[in-house]
Ligand binder design. Structure first.
Ligand code: NAD
Length: 416
């Protein structure tokens, strides 16, 4: 794949896959299989709005590769969750689960919808309809969904219930459930916690001590807000953050526990006392030690990469850096911890939740967090060692390791 500025999200992930083939052996057959998706389901999702109007939305469930185990990946409700975006996210899940050595393949779901003005009843109907339409291809040993942007534990509870009506009570059909319905302690915070774990490793890698290091986090949803809370507790200084309504900046550091209260009361980070406003665009180019995009994809591109002023980027969001921008950052020596490593904490604890459901036994939160930390730090070390041995970037090393593992599983199955 040629490096261009106008690659689609799926082409961008495949560009990174292609780069990995330069540092590890990939046959033409393996390339043909792994640069496409295994199965793509497109469904109509009609919703009766509270106004009485019937609106029809389009949803997808895309399974990229299942060589290593059942498909696994979140469900996103977003106007930009189109076919190419969901394909990209599904393929990232294949590489992510392989990189952190989970017995899963990769999938993703999405409905192209803006749920900001949806009532709870409307969200429930949307979710039940979508779950019903994809129920024939998901399953506790086939494909296990989880939350992503604009979906949460409540969404998972509705999916579990809808699936259970057809197939019987099956808590392990989804992960990221409420604790009361078989969710795991530590799952809600897991992606953000994982981002902070890899941020600590990246600081060590660069010989930096976390104390007082300045961090900018774009997005204050599930991932961004938990990353901010945990990083704040570890001594990092969060100097700016944002949500879809705008950003806030405080050079001496934001009081994150107070900010969490402010968001709970007002629904947004904006107007947080003691901070000054900043746009989402300016936030990305603020001088800082660590930049953590934790909202949408493609926020660091050829347009703003020259103004990005940081030593380390932790890709909490999926594909936040385009391939062109990635090449520039590599030339400048910025340490980019790729999404398939940086945000893998969520799927790791999803796996723990699935295991607990199968065992019908709940683990303590400390056990969940300890196992998460061990798994992620091991993966970081493996990627770093591969990077140093081959003289390549963290991203190429991470993709190469993941690709090797998927190819090994597919070959052993007799698929390749
Ligand atoms: P979320 O819906 O809880 O939060 C998203 C945040 O981004 C919100 O603060 C929202 O206001 C903000 N946002 C949305 N559009 C924006 C825009 N145009 N500009 C600035 N901010 C904007 O979602 P999440 O679960 O926190 O997911 C965030 C990212 O992390 C996504 O890329 C997702 O794929 C990735 N991720 C999530 C998980 C998980 O476990 N939830 C796991 C791995 C990766």
């Amino acid at each position: 794949m040629e490096l261009r500025e106008d690659l689609t999200p799926f082409e961008s992930v495949n560009y990174f896959f292609d780069r990995a083939t330069k540092v590890t052996e990939v046959s033409d057959a393996a390339h043909a299989v792994l640069s496409g998706t295994y199965r793509e389901l497109r469904v109509q999702v009609p919703v009766r709005r509270d106004s009485g109007e019937l609106q029809v939305f389009i949803g997808y469930r895309i399974q990229h590769n299942g060589a290593r185990g059942p498909y696994k990946g979140g469900i996103r409700y977003h106007p930009l969750a189109d076919l190419e975006e969901v394909r990209a996210l599904a393929s990232l899940m294949t590489w992510k689960t392989a990189l952190v050595d989970l017995p899963y393949g990769g999938a993703k779901g999405g409905v192209q919808v803006d749920v900001r003005d949806f009532s709870e009843r409307e969200k429930q109907q949307l979710t039940r309809r979508y779950a019903g339409q994809i129920s024939h291809i998901i399953g506790a040993t086939r494909d296990i969904p989880a939350p992503d942007m604009n979906t949460n534990a409540q969404t998972m509870a509705w999916i579990m219930d809808e699936y259970g009506r057809k197939y019987g009570h099956t808590p392990q059909i989804v992960t990221g459930k409420p604790i009361a319905l078989g969710g795991s302690y530590g799952r809600e915070a897991a992606t953000g916690r994982g981002c902070v774990i890899v941020m600590e490793e990246a600081c060590k890698d660069r010989g930096l001590s976390p104390d007082g290091l300045s961090v900018v986090i774009q997005g204050f949803g599930n991932v961004g807000s938990w990353a901010a809370r945990i990083a704040h507790d570890q001594g990092f200084r969060i100097i700016a953050t944002s949500d879809i309504k705008g950003g806030i900046h405080a050079p001496n550091g934001l009081d994150i526990p107070k900010l969490v209260e402010h968001v709970a009361q007002t629904g947004s980070v904006v107007d947080f006392p003691g901070s000054s406003p900043i746009s989402n665009d300016d936030l990305m180019t603020l001088k800082c030690d660590v930049l953590m995009p934790a909202a949408l994809g493609e926020v660091i591109t050829h347009r703003n990469v020259d103004d990005v002023d940081t030593q380390i980027i932790i890709e909490a969001a999926n594909h936040p850096v385009t391939p062109v921008a990635d090449a520039t950052l590599a030339d400048r020596g910025v340490l980019v911890v790729p999404d398939i490593l940086a945000n893998a904490g969520g799927v790791i604890v999803s796996y723990f939740e699935w295991v607990q459901n199968i065992q019908e036994f709940r683990w303590e939160e400390s056990e969940v967090n300890d196992r998460l930390s061990t798994k992620l730090r091991r993966a970081y070390g493996q990627v770093k060692d591969f990077r140093d041995a081959k003289g390549t970037s963290m991203r190429e090393a991470a993709f190469a390791l993941a690709v090797e593992r998927v190819i090994e599983a597919a070959t052993l199955r007799g698929y390749l």
